[in-house]
Design a binder for this molecule. Structure first.
Ligand code: LLP
Length: 418
């Protein structure tokens, strides 16, 4: 459920008209609904209400400080994958004991930063990484709390680029080898084993892969018990999908019910790392039509947002509903909706049936709150766009549009070139 609605044929975000924001902020921009964000977080949190749990929002999905702040205020933690994400989390006051750190390539500096911060746990992704974390903890006189990120080898049946829990993926430690690795971890001087972790993939729209993964983890947990290793935290990662088009993902309540049902009598604190399901449908991308153009073969609608602003369609052939901000009765055409970038792969939709739109009119690219701004770039020297948050009848620019000056910040021309 979201708070983007048409009122008399014009799109509103909560109690603010999208046209009004566009006239003040310019286009393109990302637009988020506060009420939707809070609602999604609460529904997810409540779904796990009957067990001890921490909802660690996955920062990579949307890392804007104001958005993170909303979840902190709701009692959430974060799932991070870099020093930069840790920095952001600390900026908004996330409790270090609600921070989990995944990622196959943690650098020494990043490990030190997390140890200094005293995060809840590292989700360790390789045998070598475990050794390095122990060494760094030793050097700093710290105890590193860890889980091993186990690769359960289940097929999440999602796009190959965002599937992570298969043996062929680079993530985690093979479940068959993990018991051995846990035994090793237990023997390391500055490591405290506290958890088991997995993350099978993203935009998963079925329950079965989550339950399969949990079954395998449960089995591992009982083996670990025999080895004298008590698992306090079970981190099941993120991955629950959303409706972009006609997908029918389970509701968070069904998802939680299935997980809690399958977890049996496990006595541990559950950690969940949702990203997309919280922010995906809480944000849209607002863009303006620059030109219409027709060739013998095709219609093109050329807009002021490009693949540098929202790369998902180009990268994963993802579907995002695109609709005029002001609906009015008119004929439909089939068109490619494309950006200004000098690449044929720069499109937000291909062969899409849309109303015949006019130059200068506003379009809303829906379901763009997750992996939209965070994956944007300056390609073609395009300043990254503004982010706006609506709360009731007010809107706030929570990230200003970059300027040309921002584009060259940090660049230096050595004397011999001057
Ligand atoms: N935890 C870990 C360890 C992850 O790697 C991810 C996402 C999540 C949690 C959050 O997953 P979510 O609940 O959002 O599905 N850029 C792609 C998605 C990449 C997901 C990467 N990992 C996209 O735009 O679809």
């Amino acid at each position: 459920m979201d708070y983007f609605n048409f009122r008399e044929q014009t799109l509103w975000c909560e109690d603010v008209s999208v046209e009004e924001i566009a006239s003040k902020v310019g286009t393109p921009f990302y637009l988020y609904s506060h009420k939707t964000l809070v609602h999604h977080f609460r529904v997810f949190d409540l779904a796990f209400g009957e067990v001890p749990h921490i909802i660690c929002f996955s920062v990579k999905a949307n890392s804007n400080l104001s958005i993170l702040r909303i979840f902190v205020a709701e009692g959430g933690g974060v799932d991070i994958v870099s020093g930069g994400e840790l920095y952001r989390a600390l900026q908004v006051g996330v409790d270090p004991m609600k921070i989990v750190y995944s990622g196959v390539g943690k650098t020494l500096d990043e490990i030190d930063y997390a140890l200094k911060t005293g995060i809840l746990m590292f989700n360790v992704e390789s045998s070598e990484e475990l050794g390095v974390i122990n060494e760094r903890a030793c050097a700093m006189g710290k105890l590193a709390r860890i889980a091993l990120r186990v690769n359960p080898d289940v097929d999440p049946k999602t796009h190959p680029h965002i599937s992570t829990g298969l043996k062929s993926n680079k993530f985690g430690i093979d479940i068959e080898k993990s018991r051995e690795e846990y035994r090793r971890a237990k023997g390391l001087s500055n490591i405290e084993v506290i958890g088991v972790d997995c993350h099978i993939g993203s935009q998963v729209t079925q329950i079965a892969p989550f339950v399969d993964a949990l079954d395998r983890l449960k089995n591992l947990i009982s083996l670990l018990k025999k080895d004298g290793i008590e698992v306090e935290y079970l981190d099941l990662g993120g991955g629950l999908g959303i409706t972009y088009n006609d997908e029918l993902p389970p509701h968070p309540e069904q998802y939680a019910k299935a997980i809690l049902g399958a977890s049996g009598d496990l006595k541990c604190t559950f950690i969940l790392e949702p990203g997309r399901v919280i922010v995906g449908n809480a944000g849209i991308l607002v863009t303006r039509v620059l030109y219409n153009k027709s060739t013998d073969q095709k219609n093109f609608v050329i807009i002021d947002a490009g693949m540098n602003d929202l790369i998902r369609p180009s990268l994963y052939s993802s579907y995002h509903l695109i609709q005029p901000v002001v609906m009015k009765g008119r004929e439909s055409i089939v068109a490619d909706v494309v950006g200004p970038i000098c690449e044929s792969g720069d499109f937000l939709a291909k062969g899409r049936t849309i109303p015949r739109v006019e130059r200068g009119e506003l379009l809303a690219v829906m379901s763009a709150g997750a992996y939209g701004f965070t994956m944007s770039s300056n390609y073609n020297s395009r300043p990254r766009i503004a982010e706006v948050l609506v709360r009731d009848d007010q809107f706030f620019v929570i990230r200003e549009r970059e300027s040309y000056r921002d584009l060259v910040r940090g660049e230096d021309v050595p004397n011999f070139l001057k």
